[in-house]
Design a protein around this ligand. Structure first.
Ligand code: IMP
Length: 183
């Protein structure tokens, strides 16, 4: 099997970090856990675009019970620093009142995006509102809220691939790469 080598995205180099097989295992565990907790509730999954689209797709097609999926778009990073505010571009059409709702996010960094999304969605009084994130940077978190399902905790270093981008590029790689720090 080919070993992935470093990649260049814009002006930065990234090294292989989480393999396809590892990602598959992480998602399988998340599917098992969420199925155990919510299979009987016809949950609505809300995937946060753009970054979560590949994760959401791989996750969703493994579910073996009645469920729905919808997509929300929020404005995210300009390059590698948080822009500070989050804008909902594509709104939610489903009525989530009294429903089990699980947000699918690719990565939680400072937590601002999800915190604002939780605040917005809570207003519609869902029966249950949970978060499932593929990746979490625990040392970067600045906003406190429960994170119900975590695929993998990673260090506070920028990553690309598997839907995650650096200034628009890098989403297409099937594995996850980590920034190579310049010395
Ligand atoms: P937060 O609001 O700081 O938690 O950032 C969440 C969003 O920032 C994610 O949905 C990503 O779009 C983006 N983001 C945070 N860290 C990374 C990273 O390491 N690579 C790519 N995108 C990231």
């Amino acid at each position: 099997m080919d070993t992935p080598s470093n990649i260049k995205v814009h002006d930065k180099y990234f090294q292989p970090f989480i393999s396809k097989e590892h990602i598959e295992n992480i998602i399988r565990k998340m599917v098992e856990e969420i199925s155990k907790d919510h299979a009987l509730e016809k949950p609505l999954f809300i995937a946060v675009l753009n970054g979560a689209f590949i994760f959401a797709s791989d996750f969703f097609k493994q579910l073996k019970f009645d469920c729905e999926i919808s997509f929300i778009k929020t404005k995210s990073y300009d390059g590698m620093t948080s822009s500070g505010d989050v804008l909902q571009v594509i709104g939610l059409e489903e009525n989530i009142t009294n429903r089990t709702v699980i947000i699918l996010e690719d990565i939680i960094d400072t937590g601002l995006t999800i915190k604002q999304l939780l605040n917005t969605l809570q207003k519609q009084k869902p029966a249950t509102l949970k978060i499932a994130t593929l990746l979490l940077k625990p040392e970067a978190i600045q906003h406190q809220f429960p994170i119900d399902y975590i695929g993998l905790e990673i260090p506070t270093k920028f990553v690309v691939g598997y839907g995650l981008d650096y200034d628009g590029l890098g989403r297409n790689y099937p594995e996850i790469y980590q920034l190579v720090e310049e010395v």
